[in-house]
Design a protein around this ligand. Structure first.
Ligand code: GLN
Length: 504
């Protein structure tokens, strides 16, 4: 390998391992040391050296037997919302502080050793589990029961959320790639805040089996890495039909890496995006957008134009409504999903209690943090007999209209682009006591989530204080290949995704 091992991305490590320039054990050893030191970020929640080294030895053994796949031996870390047999699975909650799962999530198994009784997995080596907002509820990672994650670009800023540990670990070169989950922006927004690349695929592409549930009609897993190419490698291994998830789409996994390199019809030298129509929803460029974000996003769009794309004006008229719609539907589903944490079946149980009802009350009072409790209360309220029609049903109707608005846009364009978030990463604590401010900051990621569409965050530049800005790309259903192709073309022409935070 030319550069130090920790600087290499997924594709580079895969070829280094294939060519015998390093072993999985050597690689795991170096990255374990970095992950354990953590650079003061708070990104990892659990690491078990022996577990990781055993997986690395198994990867080297498979390679020696000629059984290695492209990713065999490449390290990965998982958001702590995915259950794992060999490491704790906390969902960032006190409720699950000591929880051990008897099985691996499908995504974890597919990237790792494979599903029990199924095909072998990609053989990636699990470095550890990553911090996140409690039950993935949040936009800053400050809702984790185990402490906030710091942004590697500026330690007094948030890393974003809820997949903040994943984004910070990848940005700080603690791990080449990580998994995340996105219910309303939790892959895209932390990726943008930390200057990395992340994609939330179409709802149903990645199995939710073993993903601790937040809002089941929205939750979707996806990869977070430094480049679109690295994301394509992971997504190809993660996705595809899983009979264990009733909303999994019945299609085989797709080779997104091949799609990266498939030229568009009509593309020519220097114009790889010729013929691509990129729609800019006017609602994604409001007057209040921060200058840092507006400048970087405009510059990235100009670059996409140079690469052959045409920009067209479109409209998503219900963009603003996606905030109340999401903050009704997501808490409604969360209040139902979280009812399983009752002190009987999983996790925490209050030590001192009276009768059964008192045990439930004390267990849930002790186990859940403030934001989770707030959402359970909102969700229970909007689902209650007197308010169901006024809130939940109305929100469902609007959700359909938001999805229809996207289809109207896709009549005029192939891909939609805009900012991921209205600002760069804010200071730690700045919104800690203002949940509404944090809800409002989700405005550009919620629409695609409600519609179930694939969305991506691509590094687009830096603001005046050196903080990263993300460009959001949204595609039509199952067009993640087109998003990755577009982002890859941009990354061949720019170097924002290669820049390293100070000290990394
Ligand atoms: N910030 C949003 C929320 O708090 C989205 C979180 C997510 O995508 N998991 O619900």
């Amino acid at each position: 390998m030319t550069a130090p091992l920790h600087e290499a991305g997924v594709a580079e490590l895969a070829s280094g391992l294939a060519q015998g320039r390093c072993s999985a054990v050597e690689l795991a050893g170096e990255l374990l040391a970095r992950a354990q030191a953590d650079a003061g970020l708070g990104a990892f929640l659990s690491i078990d050296r022996e577990v990781t080294l055993a997986q690395a030895r198994a990867a080297d053994a498979r390679r020696a037997q000629g059984l290695a796949g492209a990713l065999t031996g490449v390290p990965v870390a998982h958001k702590d919302i995915f259950v794992t047999r060999e490491l704790p699975s906390t969902a960032g909650s006190r409720m699950l502080a000591d929880y051990r799962s008897p099985y691996d999530a499908t995504v974890v198994a597919r990237l790792g050793a494979g599903e029990p009784g199924g095909a072998p997995g990609a053989g990636m080596v699990m470095l550890g589990k990553l911090n996140c907002d409690e039950f993935a509820m949040g936009s800053s990672n400050e809702n984790s029961a185990f402490g906030a994650v710091r942004n590697p670009w500026s330690r007094d800023r948030v890393a974003g959320g809820s997949s903040g540990g994943s984004a910070a670990a990848v940005a700080a070169r603690l791990v080449p790639a990580a998994t995340g989950t996105d219910t309303g922006g939790s892959i895209r927004q932390p990726a943008a805040f930390c200057g990395i690349t992340g994609i939330k695929p179409t709802y149903g592409v990645c199995s939710r089996y073993g993903m601790i549930a937040f809002a089941s009609s929205l939750d979707q897993a996806g990869p977070m890495a430094r480049s679109a190419e690295d994301c394509a490698w992971l997504l190809s291994a993660m996705g595809g039909f899983d009979p264990r998830d009733a909303t999994s789409v019945e299609q085989p996994s797709v080779d997104y890496v091949a799609q990266l390199h498939t030229p568009r019809e009509g593309a020519g030298a220097g114009r790889p995006l010729a013929g691509l129509r990129i729609g800019l929803p006017r609602e994604f460029f409001p007057a209040g957008l921060s200058q840092d974000v507006a400048h970087a996003v405009r510059a990235a769009l100009a670059e996409l134009e140079r690469l052959g794309a045409t920009l067209v004006d479109v409209s998503l008229p219900r963009t603003e409504l996606s905030i109340p719609v999401y903050y009704i539907i997501a808490p409604a589903e969360a209040s139902s999903n979280l009812s399983r944490f009752d002190g009987v079946k999983f996790g925490h149980r209050a030590a001192h209690h009276g009768d059964l009802a008192d045990m439930y009350r004390k267990t849930r009072a002790e186990g859940f943090g403030a934001e989770v409790k707030r959402r359970i209360m909102i969700g229970t309220y909007v689902l209650s007999h007197g308010y169901y029609d006024a809130y939940y049903l109305q929100a469902q109707k609007l959700r359909r209209m938001i999805a229809d608005d996207f289809q109207a846009c896709f009549g005029q364009c192939d891909v939609i682009a805009g900012p991921v978030a209205p600002t760069v990463a804010w200071e730690l604590g700045a919104q800690a006591h203002d949940p509404i401010a944090s809800y409002l900051a989700d405005i550009f990621t919620l629409p695609a989530s409600l519609a179930g569409l694939p969305g991506m965050s691509v590094p687009a530049g830096f603001g005046t204080q050196g903080l990263p800005v993300g460009l959001q790309l949204v595609g039509n259903y199952f067009r993640e290949g087109e998003l990755l192709h577009t982002a890859h073309a941009l990354q061949q022409a720019t170097d924002f995704h290669l820049r390293r935070p100070p000290g990394a």
